[in-house]
Design a protein around this ligand. Structure first.
Ligand SMILES: *[C@@H]1O[C@H](CO)[C@@H](O)[C@H](O)[C@H]1NC(C)=O
Ligand SMILES: *[C@@H]1O[C@H](CO)[C@@H](O)[C@H](O)[C@H]1NC(C)=O
Ligand SMILES: *[C@@H]1O[C@H](CO)[C@@H](O)[C@H](O)[C@H]1NC(C)=O
Length: 404
């Protein structure tokens, strides 16, 4: 009897071992890129950031631009000086400048707006690329989108967000260009079909499929509501320094154009954007698990204070007015943020008394997305820039006035 039970014990043990071995490759894949431990910490410089809408992603873009520019890394920039990778079309590798002509040997960072399609991204980016993105609470996001994209057909004739939500299926025609902003925009940006009704039979199935695909394609999903926590987690996972993830908030709205939502409105948004809501809830949970396992609460709190201290110090040195100002008060055209919709996007003035080195550093911190993209393109493709240079010596103006 004893012999038998021992045997069955060893059998179940080896079964467990076998199972764990079977799971090992998956685990390695999931974690291989996601968190360099102290022992093998090596700064990651092959990066894809899926830039999502109204999620503080412009601030992350600036972080990536500065990181890459200061280390001479190569960006997978939109062809012909566009500001986006032909969003809202599905991404295709030839959208990237230098891919068709094979003029770029190696790309390090890809981070401009695209509708994600992994199979095409992998044609451009190296195999060991780290993929990440950021999500925002769908209720706050919808409020922001309604203000910013007020001119899209779905919102155009409605006076309030409630009015839109109460008649959403009447106001919203999914075949009309730009209406995707109004419905499950997160799912859309990640490359999924965003048109699914809250009561749809296949909602759960589609949400599960979307979540599983994102889990597979991305190493890290950050959460906009926890931006500081996100930056600390990112720093650890990429093996970067605190200074690398320090930033000033960019493409941010003035408080004047923010609207408080009623609880009832929030519920309607969760129903209307049911797919995004499920995706968000899932990745909010995995985000906190990752913060716990990679950083830990104590270190997290400590590093957030350090980050805030560093950012306050930088603001003190770099900014004339100590913080963000309305766009009409931004003196330098090169630093004026692009304005769109009914939102007022704030900008910064630089402190005029900076030495050359500090000025460069500060300038990079406050350069808005469109101007910075333009600048990087010019640096990376000086010949192409000469060909379609409109006015020599003029301040760099964004060529493509599609909303960032
Ligand atoms: C980047 O390139 C410039 C110009 O070629 C060079 O002077 C500089 O040292 C490089 N910086 C790094 C970090 O490699
Ligand atoms: C939705 O838009 C398409 C394309 O513009 C149009 O053909 C169709 O009739 C519209 N549907 C409704 C219900 O208005
Ligand atoms: C996200 O996770 C945090 C931490 O667990 C929790 O406090 C918060 O309520 C979550 N957000 C939502 C919308 O569930």
């Amino acid at each position: 009897v004893c012999h038998l039970s021992l045997m069955s014990l060893s059998l179940s043990l080896s079964l467990a071992l076998l199972l764990s071995l079977l799971h090992l490759p998956a685990l390695c894949l999931a974690h291989g890129n996601s968190g360099p431990t102290k022992a093998n910490c090596h700064p990651q410089s092959h990066i894809v950031f899926l830039k999502t809408h109204k999620t503080a992603s412009s601030t992350i873009l600036n972080i990536l631009y500065r990181y890459g520019e200061s280390r001479n890394l190569t960006f997978a920039l939109p062809q012909n000086k566009h500001s986006q990778l032909f969003y809202p079309f599905f991404f295709a590798s030839h959208f990237v400048e230098g891919v068709s002509t094979k003029s770029v040997r190696e790309f390090h960072i890809m981070c401009n707006h695209m509708r994600f399609r992994k199979s095409e991204v992998t044609k451009v980016m190296p195999e060991d690329t780290f993929y990440f993105s950021i999500l925002r609470h769908p209720v706050a996001m919808m409020e922001s989108i309604f203000t910013y994209f007020k001119s899209i057909p779905a919102f155009h004739t409605t006076h309030s967000l409630d009015e839109f939500l109460d008649n959403s299926w009447r106001n919203y025609n999914s075949s009309v260009l730009n209406n995707h902003y109004a419905h499950n925009i997160l799912a859309f940006d990640f490359g999924f079909d965003n048109n699914v009704a809250a009561g749809a039979e296949d909602l759960e199935e589609r949400a599960t499929m979307a979540i599983a695909t994102i889990e597979q394609d991305f190493h890290l999903i950050l959460i906009s509501e926890y931006f500081d926590e996100s930056m600390i987690l990112l720093k650890h996972v990429l093996c970067w320094s605190l200074e690398d993830v320090a930033s000033f908030r960019l493409n941010s709205r003035s408080e004047k154009t923010r609207h408080l939502l009623l609880p009832n409105t929030a519920e309607k948004i969760k129903r209307w954007n049911a797919l995004d809501w499920r995706i968000y809830l899932h990745f909010n949970t995995t985000f906190w698990h990752k913060v716990g396992s990679v950083v830990g609460q104590e270190k997290l709190n400590k590093e957030i204070s350090q980050l805030k201290e560093l950012q306050a110090k930088l603001a003190n040195i770099c900014l004339k007015d100590g913080g963000a100002v309305d766009p009409s008060q931004v003196k330098d055209v090169g630093l004026k943020p692009f304005q769109y919709g009914a939102a007022i996007i704030q900008g910064y003035n630089l402190n005029p008394h900076l030495d050359r080195q500090m000025k460069t550093k500060c300038q990079r911190l406050v350069t808005p997305e469109l101007q910075y993209t333009d600048h990087l393109y010019t640096q990376q493709f000086p010949e192409a820039t000469l060909l379609h240079l409109p006015m020599a010596g003029a301040a760099p103006l964004p060529r493509h006035r599609s909303p960032p």
